[in-house]
Design a protein around this ligand. Structure first.
Ligand code: ZN
Length: 76
């Protein structure tokens, strides 16, 4: 049989568990937010920045700037 005393104890237990769970959730959220706010070391290692490629008028080689293809007539 449920007595009012048992119900109160059960309610307190549930509230306590919920409070502990909420603190853990908040800690995890704060940790994630901190990680996102601070730049990670080596974050760009696997991430390629989009670059504007230009095609060489002599050899058709796609480069970021002056043609660097060995033997190409277009220097600069
Ligand atoms: Zn070239």
């Amino acid at each position: 049989m449920f007595t009012p005393q048992k119900i109160i104890v059960l309610a307190i237990t549930l509230v306590a568990v919920w409070l502990v769970w909420r603190v853990i959730e908040r800690r995890n959220a704060a940790k994630v937010g901190k990680d996102q706010a601070s730049p990670k070391m080596g974050q760009k290692a696997g991430h390629e920045e989009p670059v504007d490629l230009v095609q060489c008028s002599q050899c058709g080689n796609w480069t970021e700037g002056p043609c660097n293809r060995p033997g190409c007539l277009n220097k600069g």
